[in-house]
Design a protein around this ligand. Structure first.
Ligand code: LIP
Length: 273
């Protein structure tokens, strides 16, 4: 299986690097966009073209593989995860940033086999940050191995999380309450505007924990394997095992920190993918 994953990974990495060029053409921001679910949920032609490039390239080489892509799902393709090798794709994670020219956007690509994410790539071509991980082989930033921090208590932790793209009032109340709870009990909050890059900061050891409600499988698949291979934990925010289709995620440098954060935050249960 490991050799298979290596081959799949190498094919995907070449395609991701090539697709990254579609993003770097818009370093100053991509000012042409459409609205999706609300006024702050945006999509550009680059999102669509990156996803098309990855799906066409991978399905040509691996016709039996399946895909869960953000923009394909937005166009009506069902979000179904089976045991088959499945590429879970966010073509531009942090699209709002990409539109504004705020250079924290990335291509996020996870590979799931038997419903377990076994490889991940998070590539920010705007800042030349390439995060990679394969099952049992560690996590890397630009080919340098990375590890989570050793922080075990919320009082010492820097936590990333996002307001999200939902205009739902109930969700907003939870976001504001959780913002206060983290500010009161931790070292601080950071929000990069990309779930994948927020999780990559935990894998890097720059942040100590991340959680978010309302994300989708494509936002977190690559971050899941990256954090775990960097020595961290990835769970459901209520403390149970991660369900990648639940639209909920919590990751942390240590089990103790994950458990404390889980007990501190207000929970929110979006409709599943
Ligand atoms: C974004 C996520 C972010 C979330 C936003 C949005 P997109 O993904 O990465 O964490 O807060 O609502 O979903 O839409 O830029 O691919």
């Amino acid at each position: 299986m490991s050799d298979e994953i290596d081959e799949y990974f190498d094919t995907a990495l070449a395609l991701v690097k090539s697709a990254g060029n579609l993003m770097t053409e818009h370093v100053g921001g991509c000012k042409t966009f459409e609205l999706k679910s609300c006024a702050i949920d945006l999509v550009t032609e680059v999102d669509k073209n990156v996803e098309k490039t990855l799906i066409e390239g991978l399905s040509k080489k691996y016709p039996s593989h399946k895909f869960i892509g953000e923009e394909s799902v937005a166009d009506g393709v069902k979000c179904i995860l089976t045991d088959a090798p499945t590429w879970i794709i966010d073509p531009v994670d942090g699209t709002m940033n990409f539109v504004h020219g705020f250079p924290h956007s990335c291509i996020s690509l996870g590979l799931s086999i038997n419903k377990e994410v076994v490889a991940g790539i998070i590539y920010n071509p705007l800042l030349q940050q390439l995060f990679t991980a394969k099952k049992g082989k560690g996590a890397f930033l630009n080919d340098r191995q990375i590890h989570v921090s050793k922080i075990t208590a919320l009082k010492d932790a820097l936590v990333t999380f996002e307001a999200g793209t939902s205009s739902d009032e109930e969700k907003r109340k939870v976001v504001f309450e959780n913002f206060q709870r983290i500010i009161k009990n931790g070292h601080g909050v950071r929000a990069l505007g990309s779930a994948a890059l927020n999780m990559a900061m935990v894998a890097l050891g720059g942040a100590d924990a991340n959680f978010e409600f309302g994300i989708h499988a494509w936002d977190i698949a690559a971050g899941d394997i990256l954090v775990r291979e960097a020595g961290g934990v990835v769970i459901d925010p209520s403390g149970g095992p991660l369900d990648i289709l639940s639209r909920r995620v919590l990751c942390a440098s240590t089990k103790d920190l994950a458990e404390e954060l889980s007990k501190t935050i207000v929970q929110y249960y979006p409709e599943r993918d």
